[in-house]
Design a protein around this ligand. Structure first.
Ligand code: LP5
Ligand code: MN
Length: 251
């Protein structure tokens, strides 16, 4: 059996190319878990989606109708018995209980402890979207604090769908402009990547040896020493046609 991890798909009705990759992924999951092969090595034990599945999510009422195709596909997987755990990203942190109902997915908190048992024994892995580690990006950190405040969210959700759509669109544009500016100033890796001290602080607090996250779009496996132990930080890729789904074998 294997556990799958994906993130940063940014599914968007205006991007049929990404949807086509998602179609392929869903079909491969459906084929892996046929009733005739319930427990073999290739079959999927569970799927973890570590945030930013959607381009943006402006509340369950407004967004469920926009993303009908991927929602039906997730439900198909859930219905054949693949547990799907999903975490909020910085684009889709307003996914709520209606989303869980229509997809059959279960929302999990950012900084989630996952127990894995395999030939190497049992270990706890820390899962995160990843934006929480980007503490050098102070402008984003302020923005994050504002939009994760339940009062701010309630006020936002009480606006009309059109108004919410316009605000989200404005935020995306501002964010894209800022990304371009930082690229032009060659400050991307300095500001937008994770802060190693912050990573170490959170890993120490959680007492784990492995961290899996997305968000930075810099797929890699980083190894470093911390408190006399080797720590692994696995960064998932954003969704590309050639993106590899990260897998861990478990028993
Ligand atoms: O998303 P990505 O990877 O391109 O960039 C992120 C950071 N940007 C963001 C903003 C999102 O892209 C915008 C989409 C959110 C839609 C959510 C809809 C619901 C909102 C309702 C909230 C209750 O997350 C970017 C980081 C980058 O990752 C790398 O870490 O750098 O951060 C920024 O660009 C910071 C900007 O300064 C954010 C600009 C926001 C503009 C503020 C407008 C306020 C309007 C309020 C109106 C009420
Ligand atoms: Mn993100």
């Amino acid at each position: 059996m294997k556990t799958l991890f994906i993130s940063d798909l940014h599914l968007d009705p205006k991007r049929p190319d990404i949807q086509a990759c998602f179609d392929q992924f869903i079909n491969s999951c459906l084929n892996s878990n046929t009733p005739s092969s319930p427990n073999d090595e290739a079959s999927i034990d569970s799927l973890y989606i570590l945030g930013d599945l959607f381009e943006f999510w402006i509340g369950d009422d407004a967004s469920i109708p926009i993303y009908q195709n991927p929602i039906a596909q997730l439900k198909q997987l859930a219905d054949i018995g693949i547990p799907i755990y999903i975490m909020h990203g910085n684009r889709d942190f307003l996914m709520g209980s209606q989303f869980e109902q229509v997809t059959g997915c279960q929302l999990i908190p950012d900084l989630y402890h996952l127990e894995i048992n395999n030939n190497e024994g049992s270990q706890t892995i820390l899962l995160s979207h990843g934006d929480i580690f980007c503490s050098d990006d102070q402008e984003y950190m302020k923005f994050r604090q504002m939009v994760r405040d339940p009062l701010w969210q309630n006020e936002f959700l009480s606006k009309s769908i059109e108004e919410r759509f316009n605000i989200a669109h404005l935020m995306r544009e501002k964010s894209k402009q800022r990304g371009q500016q930082l690229h032009a100033q060659e400050k991307v890796s300095e500001i937008i990547d994770v802060n190693q001290k912050r990573v170490e602080e959170i890993i120490s607090k959680h007492g784990v040896r492995t961290l899996i996250h997305g968000h930075t779009h810099r797929p890699a496996t980083h190894e470093f020493q911390l408190n006399g132990q080797t720590i692994k930080r696995i960064v998932l890729p954003d969704w590309q046609p050639d993106a590899k789904v990260f897998e861990i074998n478990n028993v």
